[in-house]
Design a protein around this ligand. Structure first.
Ligand SMILES: [Fe+2]
Length: 378
């Protein structure tokens, strides 16, 4: 049977999109009953003047700014921001930035509504529904965090990344404004775009995929292949930027439900151990993971190949990804991004314990993961 015995699809977030829509979010905040909003962002966005434009469009609400979110947010930052937000008397959070900023916004919304320490909310089914409204404004086109139930926050003391997971973490409102992504540099555009592609491809071949996630993932795949090279080459190409923001959002909705697979398992491992940026690691590992999965899901690979614009042959799917990486000038070998060769063994043992493997279409042993990492190395 081509349909699952059972499936469900969850998407509680309201999504609004359009060029320039962040210039006037005042009525949206009014609808949410917001009076005092705690705005979370990073220094780059603040220095580019983009944050000022968003804030001036918030209308009569009182605003407190917090722009100290680092590249990889951690628990201490979230708790510090939540304390500041509580002192301010915030009744909502608006997070504008990349994945780290959006995930921080989700964590602060949770702490502001439910109190306690962030680590109290680790595990399954522990996050309560009580939280303040969170508005998510992505400024990269990759994570899809604006619609996912996940918040990835680093525990700096333990040097691990913790994935908080609950439908109550999904933002109340996701705002997609492609004009906010014009200033994203080419390399970040490319690596975050490949992260979105990895979400879509892994969701499409996942054992948890269903007809709804399939349609989202396939459309996201075709949008990335068509528009990512243009967005990388010309940052202010409005159509390409808009398409990439939509692609990342569709991929986010897909993998929020279907989850991901072995590529993310390995990318998390090399990211945690050697600090390789998430999108860069995904780009290197995606074609290798697809070649590994190909015998388990040849028809799905044919559909991915077709969505990429190639003939619908399974082997064309990883080929298309390799060509896209080359077009976007992204690295293709782990040795070129600072992974030590003798570190592959520890990466394999960390990846083998990753929960993402559960939904990978082909079971991967630690030896097989090591073999994939070696292939990706040089
Ligand atoms: Fe990802």
């Amino acid at each position: 049977m081509n349909f699952p015995e059972y499936f469900e699809f969850r998407s509680p977030a309201r999504v609004m999109a359009g060029p320039g829509i962040t210039d006037n979010l005042s009525s949206e905040l009014e609808d949410l009953g917001v009076r005092r909003v705690f705005v979370i962002s990073d220094r780059i966005l603040a220095s580019q003047g983009l944050l000022g434009a968003i804030v001036s469009g918030l209308g009569k609400v009182d605003v407190e700014l917090f722009t100290d979110v680092p590249e990889n947010s951690d628990i201490a930052v979230c708790e510090h921001a939540a304390t500041r937000a509580a002192e301010f008397g915030a009744d909502a959070v608006l997070a504008a930035g990349g994945g780290s900023v959006l995930d921080t916004g989700k964590a602060v919304g949770l702490l502001l509504g439910s109190g306690g320490r962030l680590l109290d909310y680790q595990g399954v089914g522990v996050i309560p529904p009580k939280r303040v409204p969170v508005v998510a404004v992505p400024t990269t086109a990759g994570t899809g965090s604006e619609v996912t139930p996940f918040a990835i926050i680093r525990d700096a003391r333990e040097r691990v990344k913790i994935s908080f997971n609950s439908p109550h973490l999904v933002p109340s409102l996701a705002v997609l404004d492609p004009e906010l992504t014009f200033t994203m540099p080419p390399r970040l555009t490319a690596s975050t775009g490949i992260d979105a592609l990895t979400h879509a491809i892994e969701a499409f071949v996942s054992t948890q995929s269903n007809p709804v996630t399939d349609s989202l993932a396939l459309h996201a795949i075709s949008l990335v292949f068509k528009h990512l090279p243009v967005a990388v080459a010309n940052g202010s190409a409005l159509e390409a930027r808009y398409a990439m923001l939509v692609a990342a959002n569709l991929a986010g909705l897909a993998f929020a439900n279907a989850l991901v697979g072995c590529v993310h398992a390995m990318a998390h491992a090399v990211g945690g151990l050697f600090g390789i940026p998430h999108g860069i690691a995904n780009g290197i590992l995606l074609p290798v993971g697809m070649e590994f999965n190909l015998p388990a899901v040849p028809e799905r690979m044919s559909e991915i190949a077709r969505a990429s614009g190639r003939d619908a042959l399974p082997e064309n799917a990883p080929l298309a990804v390799r060509q896209l990486l080359a077009e976007c000038s992204l690295p293709t070998r782990l040795k070129d991004v600072g992974v030590p060769e003798d570190g592959l063994f520890s990466a394999a043992s960390v990846a083998a314990l990753e929960g993402c493997l559960i939904t990978n279409p082909r079971e991967a042993t630690e030896e097989e993961i090591l073999a994939m990492l070696k292939t990706a190395y040089d």
